[in-house]
Design a protein around this ligand. Structure first.
Ligand code: SF4
Length: 320
């Protein structure tokens, strides 16, 4: 174990880790297993975190890419990222018991898409092509939605009527990126319609605010999260934008390279919205072993959000 060196410290972001949507999705799988028994099929990674997926697999969850891979009549859970109506239809065709763990904040964006499409708007969905959430939202109104991935695409995207255009966004983007893209769209389409409230969710915004607060004081920022987790990748970007000298995304403490600590006095630490606390605790232990034992919490916001479980997860009445 290294001696604590004077001035070495950890700035620990708060909030970090699990958001209400992820906590709900993980509970949905655990309760689904309790109620319906293993195996319970889960379409797509329930949340984008390898550790969480592995521990649910160990409890009897079977992850599949498509509902068509689920045996007829079995139980399927849809992930927190949301699915398109076509996937709900596939599940119904196969007589699956479907439990929907879509985060309510993603469902809100789906509803906005349906409403704008009903009013015949061209909808520009700011997000990353191929991301599960963007695929699900696009599926609500495929003939009305075009994906716009950043300001460059906003400058060239084609619409039918420049006076009948609306924008929506993926929930886990960086606020700055969305603002920059919307600014370009507004320049081109002065009558651009906006969603009733910001689509970027509270958890994404709070985690970004915390990392922004500590980024300027950190020589190195460690973000615990998986590479396919959009909100975790954004935290790395926000840390660098805030002035951190370096920022790295790690799945767990095992991935930290000791050479990253050369000349580092202050380490910033945070985690994506799909990361359980245990993984951050492991990193704190690893850092303590390397002389970083002084931990200061940088609190950007308090969170009290909680989402109720889907209705078909309440236990069935027992027959007497
Ligand atoms: Fe819901 Fe936001 Fe969590 Fe995504 S990051 S699951 S939108 S609360």
């Amino acid at each position: 174990m290294s001696e604590p060196a004077a001035g070495r410290r950890v700035l620990l972001a708060a909030p970090r880790g699990y958001c209400a949507g992820v906590a709900r999705a993980v509970t949905v799988v655990e309760k689904g297993l309790e109620l319906y028994g293993a195996p319970v099929y889960v379409r797509h990674e329930i949340v984008h975190n390898k550790y969480v997926v592995k521990s649910l697999e160990n409890k009897g969850a079977v992850f599949v890419e498509e509902a068509t891979e689920v045996p007829e009549g079995a139980t399927v859970i849809f992930s927190a990222h949301g699915v398109s109506p076509a996937v709900h239809r596939q599940a119904a065709d196969r007589r699956l018991t479907a439990i929907d763990a879509t985060c309510p904040l993603v469902t809100k964006v789906h509803k906005e898409a349906v409403r704008f499409a009903r009013d015949d708007y061209d909808i520009l969905l700011i997000g990353h092509e191929g991301h599960e959430e963007v695929i699900g939202t696009s599926g609500e109104a495929p003939e009305h939605i075009t994906i716009v991935d950043g300001p460059q695409e906003a400058a060239t995207v084609k619409v039918r009527d420049p006076n009948k255009v609306a924008w929506l966004s993926q929930t886990t983007l960086s606020a700055n990126e969305v603002l920059a893209t919307v600014a370009v769209l507004k320049e081109r389409f002065p009558n651009l319609a906006s969603p009733p409230s910001d689509d970027i969710c509270y958890a994404t915004q709070n985690r970004q605010a915390a990392v922004k607060q500590l980024g300027a004081d950190a020589d190195l920022v460690l973000v615990v999260g998986s590479g396919n987790s959009s909100n975790s990748v954004r935290l790395v970007e926000v840390a660098l934008e805030a002035g951190a000298r370096a920022a790295c995304l790690i799945d767990s403490a095992d991935e930290i390279d000791e050479t990253w600590l050369d000349g580092v006095r202050t380490v910033g630490l945070t985690s994506g919205a799909s990361v359980p606390d245990v993984l951050v605790d492991d990193v704190l232990d690893w850092l303590a072993e390397h002389g970083y034992r002084q931990v200061e919490v940088v609190q950007a916001a308090e969170e009290h959000q909680h989402f109720a479980l889907p209705r078909n997860l309440t236990p069935r009445p027992q027959r007497t």
